[in-house]
Design a protein around this ligand. Structure first.
Ligand SMILES: Cc1cc2nc3c(=O)[nH]c(=O)nc-3n(C[C@H](O)[C@H](O)[C@H](O)COP(=O)(O)OP(=O)(O)OC[C@H]3O[C@@H](n4cnc5c(N)ncnc54)[C@H](O)[C@@H]3O)c2cc1C
Length: 459
């Protein structure tokens, strides 16, 4: 059967709409399907790290951040007790804080104004296969008529997010909920460090905030555990672990936001990418890979994946050779693993660190010293440094520094120092195994760079 489209994209969210906006001007015929093209109010994807902004720039899509009051973010501030550390992003790099719904509408509009894009309102139901079990498109329920229709394409991109319906045939993923984020918007308040992302470490679990417009600040409060917080528990958590640590300049707006209610709660997942490579289909965005949002690394990973996949696809003369498309998909999965490993490991490792008193205090003191280590750490967080060696080095240095500091203070702290080292190892080992093992097969980094550290820790 002759395909009508080069690419069918399931889900016009951050991943699907952005790849459509990037590829469509190059003349690629795209079907872009979503069951909702209206602007949504979400608490996700509101802080773009500099790595994400850089990717947009490299794709020629930087202007999509203009015109809706998005705010530049110049670095990070960490607060613990009365102490504050501020670390700027490297060089001239900037992040952006924004309303995700507004940003997504700009991206969608940019994609849809291309003649080569066909907008389809509907819910994708099932991937279509030919007799050789190759994927040749999708069927969907059209929103207006409720009729079941089909789209045929040489390549189907599943970018239906978070609760993807298409993981089963295309991956071996195992999804876990690490914690929940409770989202509030504070109006007209003063953050301790304007134009910065903030991580508040005084309570037993962290909360973060950053500007999303000239008058609004997003606060995301961590609620640990796998269970959706019930109202009573949520209130008790806010009262005991958050409210006492809200800085003076944000207090009134915070109280007001609590009174108005209407805050949203979202689960924070970890899901390593474990694709099954099938002819005719590829996964993109949260459908493929998720990490804790504490570091705001999600969109850096999504945009970087779009660049990698697009570069491979654009190297083909056209979309008629299914074997060649298959080769390009394999190359994308291989290359993206390397590009995103740092983002994935850092997000969940840092969450583990922030939930561990000894390590949390150690990371604070380590960064407080400033210098090259703080700079290297912020470059990793920003998504600008993707070197695995840097990440493992910084992570292990924090643990060793914390252990050394404790023993230097008092030799009776040796058991605590040992605990820091073993906790750090327990946090990093499964993440490094998950995220770096596939890379290792490709480029041998894992053995070269990490074995020395793991041996040192007795692993
Ligand atoms: C609480 C939280 C906070 C976060 N904060 C940040 C942050 O500050 N910075 C950052 O970089 N990342 C952040 N992230 C991660 C980031 O938001 C995601 O990585 C990103 O939104 C993923 O984009 P996506 O396109 O894969 O999914 P989505 O943006 O969710 O898009 C999926 C799209 O698919 C559509 N869809 C779903 N099913 C179907 C179907 N069957 N048929 C048709 N359409 C369908 C949906 O309507 C939607 O439009 C956060 C995540 C969470 C959970």
């Amino acid at each position: 059967m002759k395909s009508k489209f080069d690419i069918c994209i399931i889900g016009a969210g951050m991943a699907g709409a952005t790849i459509a906006a990037y590829l469509a001007p190059k003349g690629i015929k795209i079907a872009l399907i979503d069951h909702c093209f209206k602007e949504k109010k979400r608490i996700v994807g509101e802080l773009l790290q500099p790595g994400a902004v850089l990717s947009l720039e490299q794709m020629g899509l930087r202007s999509l951040l203009d015109g809706f009051d998005a705010q530049p973010v110049e670095g990070y501030s960490l607060l613990q007790g009365d102490e504050k550390i501020t670390i700027p992003y490297p060089d001239h790099y900037r992040g952006m804080g924004l309303h995700n719904g507004r940003f997504l509408q700009q991206i969608r509009a940019s994609a849809l104004h291309n003649e080569s894009v066909t907008q389809i309102h509907g819910k994708a139901l099932q991937l279509l296969e030919n007799e050789r079990h190759e994927i040749i498109g999708v069927n969907y329920r059209e929103s207006l008529t409720s009729e079941i229709k089909t789209i045929h394409a040489h390549l189907t991109i599943t970018s239906d997010g978070f609760f993807s319906n298409f993981r089963e045939p295309l991956s071996n993923n195992e999804k876990t909920v690490t914690s929940y984020f409770i989202g509030l918007i504070l109006k007209d308040c003063e953050m301790p460090c304007p134009k910065h992302g903030h991580v508040f470490l005084s309570g037993p679990t962290p909360f973060i905030c950053y500007p999303i417009s000239s008058r609004e600040v997003r606060v995301l409060i961590d609620f640990p555990g796998e269970q959706l917080p019930r109202k009573m528990l949520l209130q008790a958590h806010l009262d005991a672990n958050v409210t006492p640590y809200i800085p003076e300049g944000m207090r009134n707006s915070y109280e007001q936001a609590l009174q108005e209610g209407g805050f949203k709660v979202m689960p924070n997942h970890y899901m390593a990418a474990k694709p099954i490579i099938r002819k005719g289909a590829v996964m993109l965005g949260d459908a493929l890979n998720m990490r804790h949002p504490l570091t705001g690394g999600g969109l850096t990973a999504v945009f970087s994946d779009i660049q990698i996949l697009s570069t491979h696809l654009l190297a083909m003369p056209d979309f008629n050779n299914t074997d060649l498309i298959h080769e390009k998909i394999e190359a994308y999965y291989r290359d993206r693993q390397h590009a995103n490993a740092n983002l994935n490991i850092l997000a969940n490792a840092l969450y583990g660190v922030m939930s561990n008193d000894l390590l949390k205090s150690s990371v604070f003191k380590y960064l407080q010293r400033g210098g090259a280590n703080a700079q290297e750490s912020i470059a990793i967080l920003a998504g600008l440094n993707r070197n695995h060696y840097s990440l493992i080095k910084q992570f292990c240095s924090v643990a060793v520094f914390g252990a050394y500091d404790l023993v230097r203070e008092n030799s009776a702290n040796i058991p605590k120092a040992t605990k820091i080292l073993s906790d750090a190892f327990t946090i990093i080992k499964p993440l490094a195994k998950n995220e770096l093992s596939a890379v290792a097969i490709v480029n041998g980094y894992f053995k070269k760079y990490t074995s020395a550290y793991f041996n040192a820790f007795g692993g």
